[in-house]
Design a protein around this ligand. Structure first.
Ligand code: TXA
Ligand code: MG
Length: 348
């Protein structure tokens, strides 16, 4: 593959997106910006094209893709049943960062849905994405445009770092607006269930359709006991940094980070810190990244994946992350991503 990098500015917008749309029609793979993160798009109803997406990302075949549409009609062509509540959410939140799981029509191939009878659909709130879908005339299957297991990309540079030489093209649309992936809600169950938190919060949704439930579990797989010997973990060979997430009150998190920082350094580790405004004032690591103010969770969301990539680039051995921000609303999405990134979660 020779990956083409397409730039859009006012003069050549349609031309550039038109070029990318041609690639999509021929079964190609094109990374494009959405409001949440960059997606790696392919014609969702062309199995060979979708297969190329899985291959480029190294994504396990049983993990289904989100299909991006540009109209309600396109959604109706792919979903067999659309409950009233789903229409309510579509009218309220589309285009926007909310993905609906609906029963699929047969036109959606197995490879796109990982063999499930349901399909994940969303309409992105981004002009490039919308034009790409419209001009190609195809629904776009698009997972986040990162190598499987890496943080989601929020800039074209992140995509290039992961996928250059593995895909046909990247449309550079600058930095995204949101920074974490869309909220995913399963509309085939009653009550509907949130499968992944995003910036459209549980409250936002319940205001429209009444009670829903939480269908995901934030993993917690570490207790304080094991963390008494962090060096144990550190001796394991790992090409990328080990992420340790500290949750609790501001003061406790800061003093625990201080303690662990000292411990890791005395073992010769290079320590990166993922900080909020508050912890940034008192802590100093070998490398640091400021996520933002704790009382501005959308700032934390916007910076999270950049921060993880930044510290990885600095080749730190360990990342200590300040998780002392509020976990309601957008904070739930940030906590969920941090917990997924973490090898260890310490709750205090
Ligand atoms: O914001 C986003 O959603 C971004 C942008 C590119 O739109 N896309 C994204 O896609 O995050 P991906 O593939 O990284 O995440 C899709 C999530 C996965 O957790 C997948 O398991 C879930 O949606 N999913 C997709 N289809 C599903 C289905 N039929 N049933 C349940 N979960 C599904
Ligand atoms: Mg992803």
């Amino acid at each position: 593959f020779k990956t083409r990098i397409l730039h859009t500015d006012k003069d050549n917008f349609r031309e550039t997106v038109g070029e990318a749309a041609e690639m999509i029609k021929k079964g190609g793979t094109v990374a494009f910006p959405t409001e949440t993160v960059y997606g790696l798009g392919a014609d969702a109803v062309n199995p060979a094209a979708v297969k190329a997406v899985f291959r480029a990302k190294g994504r396990p075949a049983d993990n289904p893709l989100i299909v991006h549409v540009a109209s309600k009609e396109q959604c109706e062509e792919l979903a067999s049943t659309i409950p009233e509540k789903a229409y309510t959410l579509i009218d309220r939140f589309w285009p926007g960062p909310l993905t609906l799981i609906l029963e699929r029509k047969q036109i959606v191939p197995d490879i796109t849905t990982g063999g499930l009878d349901t399909v994940a659909l969303r309409m992105p709130d981004n002009r490039i994405a919308m034009e790409l879908i419209r001009i190609s005339g195809r629904p776009l299957a698009a997972p986040s445009a990162n190598l499987s297991g890496r943080p989601s990309p929020t800039t074209a540079e992140h995509v290039i770092a992961d996928l250059d030489g593995r895909i046909d093209a990247i449309i550079d649309g600058g930095a995204v607006r949101v920074g974490v992936e869309s909220t995913v809600i399963d509309m085939t169950s009653e009550p509907p269930a949130i499968l992944r938190p995003g910036i459209v919060s549980r409250n936002d949704i319940e205001r429209e359709i009444g009670r829903i439930c939480i269908g995901y579990e934030d993993k917690i797989h570490q207790d304080i006991e094991k963390v008494r010997s962090p060096g144990m973990k550190y001796t394991h060979y790992s090409p990328d940094a080990i992420v340790i997430l500290l949750e609790g009150s501001n003061e406790m998190v800061i003093s625990k980070i201080q303690e662990m920082l000292y411990d890791f350094r005395s073992r010769g580790a290079k320590v990166g810190l993922l900080l909020t405004g508050e912890s940034n004032e008192v802590l100093e690591g070998d490398e640091e990244f400021l996520l933002g103010k704790k009382d501005r969770p959308s700032e934390l969301a916007f910076n999270l994946f950049s921060g993880l990539r930044y510290l990885d680039e600095k080749k730190v051995d360990v990342i200590l992350a300040d998780g002392s921000f509020s976990h309601s609303g957008v904070g739930a999405a940030v906590r969920n991503r941090l917990r997924k990134a973490a090898e260890m979660i310490i709750k205090m």
